[in-house]
Write a protein that binds this ligand. Sequence first.
Ligand SMILES: [Zn+2]
Length: 241
Amino acid sequence: MSSTSVVLSGFAGGIVGLLTAWPAYRFSVAWGEPPLAACATCGSGITTWVRLKHRCAGCDTASAVHPVWTAIAGATAFALLAWAMPASLLLLACLYLAGLGLLMSVIDLKVQRLPDPLMLTTFVGTAVLLTLHALSTGTWPEYARGWLGGVALLLAYLVFALLPGAPMGLGDVKLAGVLGLVLGYFGWPAVVFGAILPFLVNGPFAVIALIRRGRKARSPFGPALLIGWLVAVVLAAYQAS
Ligand SMILES: [Zn+2]
């Protein structure tokens, strides 16, 4: 896309990122718990979902990740995607997945889980946008390959997750399936890259965690999956254009 569109998309990603830090904090709860409704330190109530500050209004404790980091991550992802592909519903599907992926990554980093309601929202939205893209462009073979790619990545990561000492859980398996849907649309090389790259991204962090916290250390795999997906999609889309 034109440089203006890349800048606009990056700007939109920055806004999405800014607004992600606070909901990510509220969603960072143990399995089955409702979103946080009070500060963990001072107990003052939380009602809003839109907040730019990362410190509690009552006790000033830093609760959420600093929004600057999520803004940088969002802007980078959105700008890269807009740079690699033309304006289309396919691009919109990628931006949607990247936005919700950023939210889930922050939650995964905080509490090592990818909440099912967010995963379902990500899956349904991505699938609908991809379907609309196929309807408007007639790219049905690519669309069918997308579903095959999703199933392939889901099954591959299910096998990985069942191996002893695997760094990923069932949340990561589901996320891999959703990411595979888009990767498959771009082609089988993208699916293969999207399957392998997360291990390369995760590798150094896993080694550091092993040294610092020993063999029992659990580190989140979701962010690595999403970074691998972003690189694979950007490369595939850039090559195709
Ligand atoms: Zn507080």
